[in-house]
Design a protein around this ligand. Structure first.
Ligand code: SIN
Length: 289
């Protein structure tokens, strides 16, 4: 698990950090055989973040690959592409002030059934910068003291998709104002549920491993006073992204990365001023326990 390697028949796995993450060689997404996919899926569960380089695929091929992981999860606040509503095109132009995903989070945590996985495919990338950083929430859980694990064992967090006015922070549409193309994709979620309580420590439904379930959508602790919850959450936010839990993925056109939202947080680094264009698909998940 995490940084260790396993021998496979069809694919080669090269870990990218001690904490987690691996580049996988031997996968051609234009002709993906079941045996190769099965190995890739196994490697994904072990390494949490897997990176495939030099893939030349169409939106239809990306969608077909995504569907092997599960059903598509549609973003309640964002419109997909006109001809491929399953794909959210993330674009940042030179001069844009807002970078989508530039805070520590796990996708769709405000949803009662948050996204299982996210698949991001690089179409255009800056000459330098624009990496994505990931943090391993199994390691974050394991590193908590027995006392902290016991105290918070049955506690739920309260997660919200757009409560950014709390604490003086702007709402989603105000934050997106610095990026006209992403602002134009915003949509009203209507009566979709965008607030949820989830276990602070969740169990991975496929591996059985416990993870600290943390991200920027966590606003409070269920049934705690704010004054009690805040110091605990502040500690957990900082603890969860300690450098030794992280790995970093650098992009170039044709790179496709799939991460497991049940075991990692991620953060899009806003350190560039060039065009960056990515095709993102999220896979539907189940109710955290
Ligand atoms: C995201 O948070 O889904 C986007 C990450 C990225 O663009 O690197």
């Amino acid at each position: 698990m995490d940084g260790s390697t396993t021998a496979y028949k069809h694919i080669t796995v090269s870990p990218i950090a001690g904490s987690m993450g691996a580049e996988i060689q031997g996968v051609d997404l234009t002709a993906l055989e079941d045996e190769v996919f099965d190995e890739l899926y196994d490697a994904w569960l072990r390494h949490h973040v897997v990176v495939l380089r030099d893939q030349e695929i169409t939106p239809d091929q990306q969608l077909a690959f995504a569907l092997r992981f599960g059903e598509i999860h549609y973003h309640p606040y964002m419109k997909g592409m006109d001809d491929h509503p399953e794909i959210l095109e993330i674009i940042k132009e030179p001069g844009d002030q807002y970078t989508f995903g530039s805070s520590w989070h796990t996708d769709q945590m405000f949803n009662p059934q948050p996204a299982k996985a996210t698949m991001l495919y690089a179409k255009e990338t800056p000459s330098c910068g624009g990496d994505t950083i990931f943090a391993n929430m199994h390691l974050a859980y394991d590193a908590l003291s027995d006392g902290m694990q016991d105290m918070l064992a049955d506690v739920k967090s309260w997660c919200s998709g757009d409560k950014f006015k709390q604490g003086g922070r702007p709402q989603r549409k105000d934050r997106y104002a610095g990026n006209a193309q992403m602002l134009a994709k915003l949509r009203d979620p209507g009566n979709l549920q965008t607030e949820s309580a989830h276990p602070l420590f969740r169990t991975h439904p496929e591996t059985g491993r416990k993870a600290l379930y943390m991200g920027n959508h966590v606003k409070s602790l269920h049934e705690f006073d704010e004054a009690e919850a805040e110091p605990i959450l502040d500690y957990l936010r900082a603890h969860s992204v300690r450098p030794e839990f992280t790995c970093r993925v650098g992009w170039r056109p044709g790179t496709l990365t799939i991460w497991d939202n049940r075991s990692v947080q991620h953060f899009a680094v806003a350190d560039y001023n060039e065009r960056r264009r990515m095709h993102r698909i999220t896979i539907a998940g189940d109710t955290p326990f």
